[in-house]
Design a protein around this ligand. Structure first.
Ligand code: NAD
Ligand code: 13P
Length: 411
């Protein structure tokens, strides 16, 4: 019988961390997974800094990042000082990295996923399954899609989602956190239909699974059944891929709720940074977070319908917990705060502070605004709209209280 081969598509701060988590698990569960984990790296030259323990004669010149990762067993640019298991193999060729992989873990900044999927079309095994760790939304002329859906559609595979209160460096340092995985396999996987550790009681309903296999927007999506030589990819085995003693996985069926929590909290974290940058204190930040989570749920219910459950936002790591951690120590929060405190643009701060890492909140604020404008719903999401107009320079962070004051409408 075969074992699942895993490829992590992406190798930034979170991509490298997830490759570490997954590689620890493929080693531990070698009855289900092949030990080696391929990690696709968007190749670049990197110069090891002079004060690094890795600086020596060989590294005194810029070197290819993949060569550095494979010789140091560390990603010195995007996850410095964290040893990686030796079964993580960095690969600069995305097509080669995904070859024969039955599990694809997508983990890269959301603006790059479209192009990457184009490169992968026709190059993956047709029965592969995906998990998207991306926090963002795919907004286009077609509307607003989840990345799990747009990846699934582009590659003709089923794709679930992983999202949670997971500041990458803390997870990489094996400090305790929780995460939420939404994986609701299509009915074609019905040779192994039994989800283990069912999340919300009613999960074994195959009619529902079949419905979701069509995609949340009702589109029919092509799926190829997983050959029976492979271990079944039910919830128990999906959990084995991600769960660690320091990284607790909760499995749910609400793919839209999980993805939306991760995407939309990035806009809220910018607002939290704006008010904190003004020195307004914790009450102001809590107010912005309260309004933010209400808008997250409303957005989900309005545009993704009945499959979205409020409890995903209020009870799971991917909802309220991600909002809290992101508004405390996340990059969007920190950069927005510095931008206001120093009177610089958030883009300038991003360049100065993040060493090539990428903020997701600014792009998402524009994309969500584009979509809300087209739907004529901007005024129903005053916080998301306020963040967009502050980024546009049309309003000041000081105006947030008036901009989100819904009582004005009631007067
Ligand atoms: P990152 O912010 O570290 O971004 C850098 C990555 O982008 C590098 O791997 C770089 O090679 C890549 N890149 C740059 N230009 C590229 C191009 N043209 N094509 C393809 N790749 C390119 O990335 P990250 O932190 O790994 O974030 C990935 C996703 O994970 C995001 O959606 C983010 O919201 C989410 N996330 C991040 C964290 C975190 O703490 N960093 C935690 C949870 C989720
Ligand atoms: P930032 O991208 O704002 O750092 O958020 C990280 C995150 O998603 C924590 O869960």
């Amino acid at each position: 019988s075969k074992k699942h081969k895993v490829c992590v598509v992406g190798s930034g701060n979170w991509g490298t961390t997830i490759a570490k988590v997954v590689a620890e698990n493929t080693k531990q569960h070698s009855d289900v997974f092949e030990e080696e984990v391929q990690m696709w790296v968007f190749e670049e030259e990197y110069q090891i800094p002079k004060d690094s323990k890795h600086y020596n004669d060989e590294t005194s010149q810029p070197r290819k990042l993949t060569e550095l990762i494979n010789s140091l067993h560390e990603n010195p640019k995007y996850l410095p000082n964290i040893p990686l298991p030796h079964n993580v193999v960095a690969n600069p060729d995305v097509v080669d990295a995904v070859k024969d992989a039955s599990i694809l873990v997508f983990n890269l900044p959301h603006q790059f996923i479209g192009k990457t999927c184009e490169q992968l079309q026709g190059k993956i095994v047709p029965y592969a399954r995906g998990i998207s760790c991306i926090k963002g939304l795919a907004v286009s002329d077609k509307g607003c899609e989840l990345f799990s859906e747009s990846i699934g559609e582009k590659l003709g595979i089923y794709c679930g989602a992983l999202s949670g209160a997971n500041i990458a460096t803390e997870v990489a340092l094996e400090k305790f956190s929780e995460t939420t995985v939404a994986y609701d396999p299509p009915s074609m996987d019905s040779q192994h239909p039994t989800p283990q550790g069912t999340p919300h009681g009613s999960h074994t309903d195959l009619t529902k699974l079949q419905g979701e296999a069509k995609g949340l927007t009702g589109k029919k999506l092509k799926r190829t059944a997983m050959p029976s030589e492979y271990p079944p990819l039910h919830h128990k085995n999906v959990k084995k891929l991600f769960h660690r003693p320091y990284f607790h996985v909760s499995l749910v069926s609400d793919v839209a709720g999980v993805s939306l929590g991760g995407a939309l909290k990035n806009i809220v974290a910018l607002a939290a940074g704006f008010v904190d940058g003004l020195g307004w204190g914790d009450n102001a930040k809590a107010a912005v977070m309260r309004v933010g989570i209400m808008e997250e749920v409303k957005f989900g219910k309005m545009f993704f319908g009945d499959s979205v459950q409020t409890r995903t936002f209020t009870e799971e790591s991917c909802g309220v917990a991600d909002l809290i951690t992101s508004c405390s120590g996340g990059r969007n929060f920190r950069c927005a705060k510095m931008a206001v405190a120093e009177g610089l643009s958030i883009g300038e701060i991003e360049k100065r502070e993040l060493n090539g890492q990428s903020l997701q909140g600014t792009g998402t604020a524009y994309e969500v605004n584009d979509f809300l404008k087209k739907e004529g719903k901007e005024h129903e999401f005053p916080l998301f709209t306020a963040v967009h107009s502050i980024l546009e320079g049309k309003h000041k962070p000081e105006e947030i209280p008036q901009l989100i004051d819904t009582s004005k409408k009631e007067e």
